[in-house]
Structures are given as structure tokens and as C-alpha cells.
Design a protein around this ligand. Structure first.
Ligand code: KG4
Ligand code: ZN
Length: 340
């Protein structure tokens, strides 16, 4: 069934876990032949967050034409493909359902093997699209809108969550504060930009759990501290670039401290950054500094591959394809899909 041997493996990836509809075709898990992302952000902006019903509807409207376009841009037809990889979760269940139903229908119609991908492992594997030589084991810092975790990746199939946020994800905290300050949506990239003109030491926000042993962290106290600061000083009197720079600095100090400590304590000399917040200029800069200090290898994808895309789903799908780790047409999406 599987096309192995010398023939190149061409996998179509389908991703609909949140508010981007994405389809990509990747060759041998590394070479992007096409990579399309249709963002729905304009439809969610006025709600300052993702509205699940809108997300599902928009995915449904565009998914088939994105598949056609991805094939067209890669100059391929369905019969040239080796397999279909789709995100099973974690994510919004109604949104995931659109991608999974589409992938199942495509698999049924073409008899192509179907692969179920974990969205977070996809984020990690975005790194292999640009740095195929990354060695195992590594410590991954995943920072997105829904997740903030430190994961020990020993090899394909062996993952251990060694720390995670006990409350808000980093992207969620950035988006919420930006919403509160009426800076726009999504907040992460806006704060990133504004912070570049600000002083990260201007406001001393709390760094919760930084001194605590272990790798878990908490960001809800920071969020409350920032909201209290705004109420106390008055929104119109706030120096917005300083506020943004100080707020993100507080998050990144904790993240960078925890992930570099993990690398040292587990004696693993490489860190792999993943997820939308991984696109942040300051986070990348701070990690680079610390990695240099402790002589750790550091990998991060281009900003476009940090945020949700389907090339990363096809890239991880390739690993499962090689291991013949397939799913059947009975597969269902799972909002809390475990790391596997
Ligand atoms: O990985 P992603 O695209 O979707 C999820 O799986 O959640 O991450 C989206 C998150 C949002 O919270 C967004 O504000 C944040 O990533 N983000 C950024 C930047 N670009 C996207 N946060 C900080 N700096 C950025 N440049
Ligand atoms: Zn994501």
C-alpha cells in the first residue's frame, strides 16, 4: 500500500484546528511544494477572539478550493500523492471536524493512506522543514495561542511533557492584554511590534514560579498584575511601547529560564522552539543569547512556519507514513488529542 523505496513521498497536509484553513504538499517530509494558509482573522477580529461556529463555517467554505490550489501550485494531481495527513487535535472540535471529514472523503475517493497528526507535534516538526539535520533528543518549547509546554522529545514516538502552564498559554495572555488595551487582534504580533520601541525594564511585572523547582509556569497572575497596572495608571497615561515591552519580557524571562534550565538538567544540548509565539522577535533574541551562554544548539522556524500551517502537518505526517502508522476511515477528531 505505502509507496516506499526510491520514489519520493508526497504528502498533502490538511490543518483546520483553529482559525486558519491550511493545505500544503510536502515531499519527503522536508521539501515544501506548496503551502497555503487562508486566515479567518478578519472574521474573528471584532469578537477579539476565535468564535468556534464562525471558524467551522469558514473552513467548510474554503477547504476544497484550497486543496485544488495546493495541487495546482505543486503542479500535481491527486494520483501523484502518497498519503493524506490531517490534524486530529488538539483544537476546536467543530473546526477539526471539517479538516478530518475532508481528509476522510479524499482518502475514500482516492484510496490514499490516511495519517492522523497531533497539532503540537506538527508545530515542532515545522523546524525540520528548514533544518532537516536536527538531532535527537531535544527539548522543545511550544508556545502558541492554546499551549505553553516544555517537551522532551527523545525520538519520533517518544515524548514527555516536563512542564506546562498551569493557566493561560503565552499567546492567550498576549492576545487578552492586547484586547484589553484595544491594540488589535491577534495581540501577539502587535505587541511584538510595539515592544520594539519600548523599554522592557520600564515596568516590573511579576515573574511567577521562576524560582520554583520544576518546569511548570503560571501566567494568570501576570495578566492580573497588568490589568491592575492599567486601572491604577489610567489607560490614556500609559506608555504603550514600554507596557508591551515589559509585559512580554515578563513572560519570556520565565519561558527562557525554564527551557534553558531543562536543557541543562536533562543534559540535552539542543532546544527547538515551536508555535505562533515562537515568531516573536524578542523571544528569539533572548533564547539566542541564553543558548550561546550555555552552549546549546537552538532551532526555530521562519515566522511564517511558526504560526499555524499545513506544511508542518505534512512534515510530521511523513514520520508516521514511514512507520506505517496510519488511521482508518473511522477516525474521529479529538479536541484533547494526546501527544502521539
Ligand atoms: O500556533 P498558533 O498560530 O496557533 C495556535 O496553535 O494557537 O499561535 C497563535 C498565537 C496567537 O496567540 C498569536 O497572538 C501568537 O501566536 N503570535 C505571536 C506572534 N505571532 C503570532 N505572539 C508574539 N509575537 C509574535 N510575533
Ligand atoms: Zn498552532
Amino acid at each position: 500500500m505505502s509507496k516506499k523505496g526510491k520514489e519520493k513521498v508526497k504528502i498533502i497536509g490538511i490543518e483546520t484546528s483553529c482559525d486558519e484553513t491550511a493545505v500544503a504538499i510536502v515531499e519527503d517530509g522536508r521539501k515544501i511544494l506548496s503551502n497555503l494558509v487562508a486566515s479567518q482573522v478578519d472574521f474573528h477580529r471584532k469578537f477579539k477572539g476565535v468564535v468556534p461556529e464562525i471558524a467551522s463555517r469558514k473552513h467548510l467554505e474554503i477547504i476544497n478550493s484550497l486543496i485544488d490550489e495546493a495541487l495546482f501550485q505543486a503542479n500535481l494531481s491527486l494520483k501523484d500523492l502518497s498519503a493524506i495527513a490531517v490534524t486530529l487535535g488538539p483544537g476546536l472540535i467543530g473546526a477539526l471536524l471539517i479538516g478530518v471529514s475532508t481528509a476522510k472523503a479524499l482518502s475514500y475517493a482516492t484510496s490514499l493512506p490516511l495519517i492522523g497528526v497531533n497539532h503540537l507535534l506538527g508545530h515542532i516538526w515545522a523546524n525540520f522543514l528548514e533544518d532537516p539535520q536536527i538531532k535527537f533528543p531535544f527539548i522543545s518549547l511550544i508556545v502558541s495561542g492554546g499551549h505553553t509546554s516544555i517537551i522532551l522529545v527523545e525520538k519520533v514516538g517518544k515524548y514527555k511533557i516536563i512542564g506546562e502552564t498551569l493557566d493561560d498559554a503565552a499567546g492567550e495572555a498576549l492576545d487578552k492584554i492586547a484586547g484589553f488595551m484595544n491594540l488589535g487582534y491577534p495581540g501577539g504580533p502587535i505587541i511584538d511590534e510595539l515592544a520594539q520601541e519600548g523599554n522592557p525594564q520600564a515596568i516590573n511585572f511579576p515573574r511567577a514560579m521562576i524560582k520554583k523547582k520544576g518546569y511548570d509556569l503560571s501566567l494568570s497572575g501576570l495578566k492580573t498584575a497588568a490589568l491592575n497596572y492599567v486601572t491604577r495608571v489610567g489607560q490614556e497615561k500609559i506608555n504603550v511601547p514600554d507596557f508591551c515591552a515589559s509585559f512580554q519580557e515578563a513572560i519570556f524571562d520565565v519561558l527562557v529560564d525554564k527551557v534553558t534550565k531543562a536543557a541543562q538538567e536533562f543534559k540535552i544540548p539542543r532546544i527547538v522552539l515551536a508555535g505562533g509565539v515562537g515568531a516573536n522577535t524578542r523571544l528569539r533574541e533572548k533564547l539566542l543569547e541564553e543558548a550561546k551562554k550555555f552552549q546549546l544548539e537552538l532551532y526555530f522556524p521562519s515566522p511564517f512556519l511558526c504560526t499555524d500551517n499545513a506544511a508542518m502537518i505534512a512534515a510530521f505526517g511523513y514520520e508516521k507514513f514511514l512507520r506505517e502508522d496510519l488511521v482508518t476511515l473511522e477516525v474521529e477528531p479529538d479536541a484533547n488529542f494526546p501527544l502521539r
